[in-house]
Ligand binder design. Structure first.
Ligand SMILES: NC(=O)c1ccc[n+]([C@@H]2O[C@H](COP(=O)([O-])OP(=O)(O)OC[C@H]3O[C@@H](n4cnc5c(N)ncnc54)[C@H](OP(=O)(O)O)[C@@H]3O)[C@@H](O)[C@H]2O)c1
Length: 304
C-alpha cells in the first residue's frame, strides 16, 4: 500500500515552529506583520485570504487586511503597494490573485520590494533562488520540499520529474529540488512522449492544472508523487471519471455539490510508493509556508 503524505501534521508542525519564533521575536520587541490585499469579491480568494489572516492571529503575527473595490485601477494599487513598502509594521505583502482585468498584475507584483515579497514571485527572489542565495521562495513549492524532508523521503540523487513550468509552481519546484541535489527534468505542454519521461521519475511533481492528467501507466511503481493540482469537479459525470465506487467521497460530493481532484488520477496514486492526497496534501502547506516566509522576511529585514 502506498504511504499517504498527509499535509495536516506537517503544516501544524511548521506553524508551531513559526509561533515559537514569533514569541522569541516578541521578546526583542519585533512583531512580524503581513498585509493581505484582497480586491473585490472573488469567493475562493475571500476564503484563502480569510485563512491567511486567521493563521496570522493564531501564530501571533500582526495582519492588516486591505480590501480595495473591484473597480480599483493599476495606479491606485501601485500607490497602495508603495505605501505598504514604506510601512515599518509590515514585513510581508500578499496580493491575492486573480486581480480584476484592468489591473496589471505583473507591474504590481514587481512593485513589491523583494524584501517583503513573501509569495516569492518577484524576479529578484526568483533570481536569488536560482543563484542559490538566501531568497523568499514561493510557498507551494517550498511546502512540497518540507513534505519530502519531514517524511524522510530521499531527494538527493533521485530523478525528479516536474510536469509544469509556471513561475509560481513548476520552475521554483524544479529549482528547489535541484538545490536538494535531485536530478531534475522539467516537462511542459510541448514535451514529446510525456509518459516515457514521467515513468523515469523517482519523484513525480504534477503542477499542470488538468484534472487527473497523470494516469497509472505514466508512473514508475514505487515513485513518490507530489500532486500540486487543485481542480474542481461539479458534475456527477466528472466525479465518476475519477472517483467511481468511492462511497465516502460521493457522500461528500452530494452534500457540497462539488469535490476537488488533483492533476494525478487517483488510480495512479496506487502505483506509487507515497503520494500527497488532494485535498489534504501540498495545499495545506501553502499557508504554513506563507507564515514562515513572513517571519523570515521580518528577521532578514532587521538583520536578525
Ligand atoms: N496551494 C496550492 O496547493 C496550489 C498553488 C498554486 C497552484 N496550484 C495548482 O497547481 C496546478 C498548476 O498551477 P500553475 O499555476 O502552475 O498552472 P499554470 O500556470 O497553468 O501552468 C501549468 C503548466 O502545466 C503545463 N501543461 C499544461 N498542459 C500540459 C500537458 N498536456 N502536458 C504537459 N504539461 C502541460 C503547462 O505547460 P506550458 O508552459 O507549455 O503551457 C504549464 O507549464 C493547478 O491545478 C493549480 O490549481 C495549487
Amino acid at each position: 500500500m502506498p504511504k499517504v503524505l498527509e499535509g495536516a501534521a506537517i503544516a501544524a508542525a511548521i506553524k508551531q515552529e513559526v509561533a515559537e519564533e514569533v514569541k522569541k521575536l516578541a521578546a526583542r520587541g519585533v512583531r512580524p506583520g503581513l498585509a493581505a490585499v484582497l480586491v473585490g469579491h472573488v469567493p475562493a480568494s475571500e476564503i484563502y485570504v480569510k485563512s491567511k489572516v486567521q493563521a496570522c492571529a493564531e501564530l501571533g503575527l500582526y495582519s492588516d487586511l486591505i480590501t480595495p473595490p473591484d473597480t480599483v485601477t493599476t495606479e491606485e494599487m501601485l500607490d497602495l503597494v508603495h505605501s505598504l513598502n514604506d510601512r515599518d509594521d509590515i514585513d510581508g505583502i500578499l496580493i491575492q490573485l486573480p486581480l480584476p482585468k484592468q489591473v496589471d498584475a505583473k507591474v504590481l507584483l514587481d512593485a513589491v520590494v523583494p524584501e517583503k515579497d513573501v509569495d516569492g514571485f518577484h524576479p529578484v527572489n526568483a533570481g536569488r533562488l536560482q543563484a542559490g542565495r538566501p531568497a523568499l521562495a514561493p510557498c507551494t513549492p517550498a511546502g512540497m520540499i518540507e513534505i519530502l524532508k519531514r517524511s524522510n523521503l530521499p531527494i538527493s540523487g533521485q530523478h525528479a520529474v516536474v510536469v509544469g513550468r509556471s513561475d509560481i509552481v513548476g520552475k521554483p519546484a524544479a529549482m528547489l529540488l535541484l538545490h536538494e541535489n535531485a536530478t531534475v527534468t522539467i516537462c511542459h505542454s510541448k514535451t514529446r512522449d510525456l509518459g516515457a519521461v514521467t515513468r523515469q521519475a523517482d519523484i513525480l511533481v504534477a503542477a499542470i492544472g488538468r484534472p487527473g492528467f497523470i494516469t497509472p501507466e505514466m508512473v514508475k511503481p514505487g515513485a513518490t508523487i507530489i500532486d500540486v493540482g487543485i481542480n474542481r469537479l461539479n458534475t456527477r459525470e466528472e466525479f465518476d471519471r475519477y472517483f467511481a465506487g468511492n462511497e465516502k467521497r460521493l457522500a461528500a460530493f452530494e452534500k457540497r455539490g462539488s469535490t476537488i481532484v488533483g492533476d494525478v488520477h487517483p488510480a495512479a496514486y496506487q502505483v506509487s510508493g507515497a503520494y500527497t492526497p488532494v485535498p489534504g496534501g501540498v495545499g495545506l502547506l501553502t499557508i504554513a509556508m506563507l507564515m514562515s516566509n513572513t517571519v523570515r522576511a521580518a528577521k532578514m529585514r532587521r538583520g536578525l
